[in-house]
Design a protein around this ligand. Structure first.
Ligand code: FEO
Length: 135
């Protein structure tokens, strides 16, 4: 995969969250680059550590704004965050127990996060939050 760059189509129209999502793209690129050099395994532990922190920090930030503005899709969105958090924790447990082929799984998880969660779920809040003055 060629290095991924930020595109307008990724924007959720809230600058703070676009900023957070750019960090996700950076993790995808770091892992992709390492995999192409045959060094994916060397950094997958570090990526997972970052991902656990990132998920906690980013999901809490989105949920706080959604709750503050009584976003109607809050419960569904939080449920998706909870499932992704559980998946990140499971990946980390697998890493700690030495499971093989984890690098590809983590890579797929990251790209799904971008292509599915951001593009499908996050984008649903754009118009609502913008209408509340959050941009
Ligand atoms: Fe940007 Fe709902 O995560």
């Amino acid at each position: 995969m060629a290095l991924m760059t930020w595109k307008d189509e990724f924007s959720v129209k809230v600058a703070e969250f676009d900023g957070h999502h750019k960090q996700l793209i950076s993790m995808i690129n770091n892992l992709d680059e390492a995999m192409r050099q045959g060094k994916g395994k060397d950094i997958v532990g570090d990526i997972l550590k970052k991902l656990v922190n990132y998920a906690g920090f980013h999901f809490a930030a989105e949920q706080k704004i959604m709750q503050q503005h009584e976003y109607p899709g809050y419960a569904d969105h939080k449920d998706k965050h909870d499932k992704m958090t559980a998946k990140v924790m499971a990946l980390q447990n697998d890493y700690q127990s030495g499971k093989a082929s984890l690098t590809i799984e983590v890579f797929k998880f990251l790209t799904d996060w971008l292509n599915k969660h951001i593009m499908e779920t996050d984008k649903k809040y754009s118009e609502y939050l913008n209408s509340k003055g959050i941009k």
